[in-house]
Design a protein around this ligand. Structure first.
Ligand SMILES: [Zn+2]
Length: 250
């Protein structure tokens, strides 16, 4: 039986991504490749457990918002955070469509059909379609998603989620190895241009699943998401040389 599965923020972000990519002419349709990934600074904290979820490098079109990655644009949250995205480097990026806050993961402009890889050894806990929902002019849609649980240590558990896929090659309960093919990227669900949305979550001692930034935090001072009630610390999770591009370039 398929589990209930929903990501509130994903219902709006693909539309905004499409607007961004269309208006900025950044070529979302060709999955523009870029030279290299990001490198961490001295102020970061490290837990090097992830490999890149795809071969090569692709343009990062949206980052994790440290202020605040709540994953929803609900009324009650409207007073929180700024209207911009606060990146792991502490830089504020104005999202010119007006409101780019609350992104809970990373978007990369992967062309349709790009092989996707597990970021670490783990067990598949979700594989298939999310619950359908209405996505503007697209009507009822559902994204193909793979979710993998990574038990790094007894008290250190992370999850990775790969959204908008075109093909899923793994099944729930299956064990996967780091770098193993799990399916292909796509444009399914509430998405208006091919891309991968990757969300990383930490499973806390109490069992809560809290989104984290796989690029950590080196913005100076406290990470707003770490000190927020319900937030947690983000670590740089990429192994040496494995980081994708972690900020969108203007
Ligand atoms: Zn996204």
């Amino acid at each position: 039986m398929r589990r209930q599965f929903s990501f509130p923020v994903l219902r709006l972000l693909p539309l905004l991504l499409w607007v961004f990519m269309t208006l900025s002419g950044c070529g979302g349709d060709d999955g523009a490749s870029v030279e290299s990934g990001s490198t961490p600074g001295a102020g970061n904290q490290f837990l090097r457990i992830f490999v890149r979820p795809f071969a090569g490098q692709y343009t990062n079109t949206w980052s994790f918002d440290h202020d605040l990655p709540l994953g929803t644009f609900s009324e009650s949250d409207s007073a929180l955070g700024s209207r911009d995205v606060l990146t792991w480097r502490g830089s504020t990026r104005v999202m010119f469509w007006g409101d780019g806050r609350f992104h809970d993961g990373y978007d990369w402009a992967l062309p349709e059909g790009t092989p996707l890889k597990a970021v670490a050894d783990g067990e598949v806990f979700f594989a298939g379609l999310e619950e359908p929902f209405t996505c503007g002019s697209k009507g009822a849609v559902a994204a193909l998603i793979v979710g993998i649980r990574h038990a790094v240590a007894e008290s250190t558990i992370y999850e990775s989620l790969y959204v908008h896929m075109s093909r899923v090659d793994v099944a729930v309960g299956e064990s996967v190895s780091a770098g193993q093919l799990i399916g292909l990227s796509g444009n399914t669900g509430c998405s208006f241009g091919p891309h991968l949305h990757l969300t990383v979550r930490k499973v806390t001692q109490s069992g809560d699943k809290v989104v984290v930034d796989p690029f950590g935090w080196e913005g100076g001072g406290d990470d707003p998401w770490e000190i927020y009630n319900g937030g947690v610390r983000s670590y740089w999770l990429w192994k040496e040389g494995e980081a994708p591009q972690g900020e969108y370039v203007e």
